[in-house]
Design a protein around this ligand. Sequence first.
Ligand code: ZN
Length: 157
Amino acid sequence: MQISDAKVVFIHYTLTSDAGELLDKSPEEEPMGYLHGAGNIIPGLESALTGMSAGEECDVTVEPEQGYGERDEALVQDMPIGAFDGAEEIEPGMRFQAESDQGMRVIEVMAVDGDVVTVDGNHPLAGELLSFKVKVDRVREATAEEVEHGHMHSQEL
Ligand code: ZN
C-alpha cells in the first residue's frame, strides 16, 4: 500500500540539524503514527513520503519554508514581568503558552533584566535546515472518522 491522503502512516525517523546535532527521534520500538494529507507533520516531510510503501527508507532535507518557517525577529519581545501570572521565579529557558494573532504559541524566556522579560515566540526549529532519515514501518487506510477529525485515532487498527 502506497502512502497517499487518507492513509495512516507509521514511520521510524531521526531528525538532525544542519550542524549534525540530533534534534528528535521516534521511540526505538514504536514508530510515530500520523494521518497523511492532513497537515499533521511538516509539509516538506509529508510530500517526500507521498508514494512510499512499508519497508522503504529515504533521506529528506527540508528547507525552513517547508518546515517550521523562517525566524521572525518581531517575535522576540520585551514584556513586563507582571504579565507572567504569579511567576516570581522567571528564568531563561522557561516556556509558556501565550495567545497571539495566530492562536496559541509557545514562548521561551531568553533573558530577565529587573522587571523586563525578553521572550522569543519563534518555534525552536524555525530557520533550521532539517535532515530526516525515515523508514516507513507500515501504512493502513484511515477510518472515516479519522479523516473527518483530521488525525489518527488508534495505533492498533
Ligand atoms: Zn478524533
